[in-house]
Design a protein around this ligand. Sequence first.
Ligand code: IMP
Ligand code: MG
Length: 184
Amino acid sequence: MTYDDQEYLQRYPDIDRVLVPSADVQRRVCEIGNEISRVYRDSRPIFVCILKGAYTFLADLTRCMSIDHEIDFMAVSSYGGGRQSSGVVRIVKDLRANITDRDVILVEDIIDSGLTISHLMEMLGTRNPRSIRVATLLDKIPARKKDVSLHYRGFEIPDEFVVGYGLDYNEKYRNLPFIGILKP
Ligand code: IMP
Ligand code: MG
């Protein structure tokens, strides 16, 4: 799918600039989909989409998959409405699937402090999956507080607040096809 980033920029004047154009996002997401398809060709992995931010990534990623897979959803709340981490991770919606002996791929929009994903990996690890790996679209390395190993990563980004492609600010901008930076 192709999008006209300029048209979105005109409609959303609060966006300061595009950090990752939609064409780059689309290309990179499919590269990751191809790689996961190769690595998991003898498995039937289950993608666990961390709501809400990862929904766009999950949708595009799975459309680039060439092997059988399943999807499920989980919702956690790690942030209040604003730009600051509360440091508190709460399970809002749990999985429906039983992940025991399954190969699990956690799908995240962004790893920031790393607190959310490490908490989740620890929690899901107690359910005895065969493996757990993480696929994140964005990696904000300078903001890391907790070390996490990321197996599939779209882009490294600087320590700036970004929106678009599923990521929000107060529930807005999730529909933008690119990763953008909000005006301060
Ligand atoms: P962490 O626990 O600090 O790694 O935070 C991860 C979650 O915080 C992500 O799944 C996002 O929902 C949210 N988040 C972190 N950085 C940003 C950002 O720059 N824009 C929008 N959401 C963000
Ligand atoms: Mg969020």
